[in-house]
Write a protein that binds this ligand. Structure first.
Ligand code: VGL
Ligand code: ZN
Length: 204
């Protein structure tokens, strides 16, 4: 069984002090560092928006963060400005060990479409290349961790499961924006046969 670890969006803007900080997000970093030796292939995703991205409330008239709008036919939560290409906020945490990260998959560059999953944009119109990469590496098992549990980690796990990977969600290596959304997300993933595990249960 070849196993890949997907480290989702461990970027400064999602960490305490960042513009879209996930509470206690920093606590997952030592866990993610400690488990990397157990995987055959490691990929990190990076939310990477142009400054004029339409997922930012600031780029719409009369909108504030966390309002929900219809954006090109898709429901879109409007976010604070975050992960602007090349900004300090878009950088990986300096505490994250990236030495074993073979590939960095960037997403969210299309101004008109948000992209939570590391595989596809929210409208499933374009892919990032991650699916082909994992297939080319003969990966059968995908393990997800990172930020945020109820958005980008959730959608990445969903796409992994729907595309035939045996998918594991490392529960102590994620933190959520909303506990309620995370509960819903967990139920949906369990219906897709995603396995929820603790980092201490990882073998090898
Ligand atoms: C994310 C909201 C907006 C995430 C990215 O990484 O979960 N959430 N952009
Ligand atoms: Zn984003």
């Amino acid at each position: 069984m070849k196993k890949a670890l997907l480290i989702v969006d461990v970027q400064n803007d999602f960490l305490p002090g960042g513009s879209l900080a996930v509470a206690n997000g920093n606590e997952i970093i030592p866990i993610i560092n400690s488990i990397q030796s157990k995987f055959d292939f490691i990929v990190a995703t990076q939310d990477w928006h142009p400054a004029n991205h339409k997922s930012f409330a600031a780029n719409h008239e009369n909108q504030i963060p966390f309002n929900v709008i219809n954006l090109n036919g898709l429901e879109q939560v409007l976010w604070p400005v975050h992960c602007v290409q090349g900004s300090v906020g878009s950088a990986f945490s300096k505490d994250l060990n990236t030495d074993k990260v073979s590939a960095i998959i960037r997403k969210g560059m299309d101004v008109e479409t948000d992209s939570y999953s590391g595989f596809f944009d929210n409208g499933k119109q374009n892919n990032t290349g991650l699916l082909g990469l994992l297939r080319d590496k003969n990966i059968q098992e995908v393990y997800v961790c990172g930020l945020a549990a109820d958005y980008c980690v959730y959608f990445t796990a969903k796409d992994a499961a729907e595309n035939g990977f045996k998918t594991f969600y490392i529960e102590d290596a994620v933190r959520a924006i909303s506990k309620d959304n995370y509960k819903q997300a967990k139920k949906k993933l369990q219906k897709l046969q995603v396995t929820f595990i603790k980092s201490s249960q990882l073998e090898k």
